[in-house]
Design a protein around this ligand. Structure first.
Ligand code: HEC
Length: 145
């Protein structure tokens, strides 16, 4: 009887270990939460329409709550209008990846802010929306005027 119980316990432990191993293998193959494979985003893909769409999303969506209208910056989020980039090279894909991941408190590079930047700025963004937003932010420091 005791031997049987021992065996039963052993096989449960074995089963759990196997499941654990398999799920570790599976989860390391699955991208991190919030991360998706996006297609390329290059300067020749950017249109005025995209920038206008992105601007609408930025200035009516969550982004302006921290980065203020036009991305001029404030206490809750840095200016996005200058050519000083804290989290990327300021290229389209770099900006896009910051938007996708957000910025955790322990990653702040521009001093203190009261809140972290949530992944996607807390917005629901599909690839087109994300690309439009990235194009808008990118355009802010490239104003020809
Ligand atoms: C809750 C506040 C908050 C919201 C909402 C928010 N951000 Fe941010 N954002 C931050 C903070 C804080 C940082 C990092 C500042 C630092 O490192 O000191 C940041 C950084 C960035 C950067 C990197 C700037 C650099 O210099 O590299 C980009 C780009 C950006 N945000 C775009 C956006 C966009 C687009 C949205 C809307 C989808 C958005 N943010 C929404 C607070 C916010």
């Amino acid at each position: 009887m005791a031997r049987k119980t021992k065996l039963a316990i052993l096989s449960v432990v074995f089963l759990m270990a196997t499941v654990g191993l398999v799920s570790t293998a599976v989860s390391s193959a699955v991208p991190l939460a919030g991360y998706q494979e996006y297609g390329p985003l290059t300067e020749d893909m950017v249109t005025d329409e995209m920038i206008a769409t992105g601007g609408g999303m930025f200035n009516s969506g969550s982004c302006q709550r921290c980065h203020m209208q036009g991305g001029q910056g404030g206490g809750r989020g840095p200016a996005l209008t200058d050519d000083q980039w804290l989290h990327s090279e300021g290229d389209l894909e770099g900006i896009r990846s910051t938007i996708v991941s957000g910025v955790a408190e322990d990653e702040f590079k521009g001093g203190d802010h009261p809140y972290p930047m949530y992944a996607m700025g807390g917005m629901e963004l599909d690839e087109d929306g994300l690309n439009a937003l990235a194009a808008y932010v990118w355009s802010l420091s490239r104003d020809e005027s």
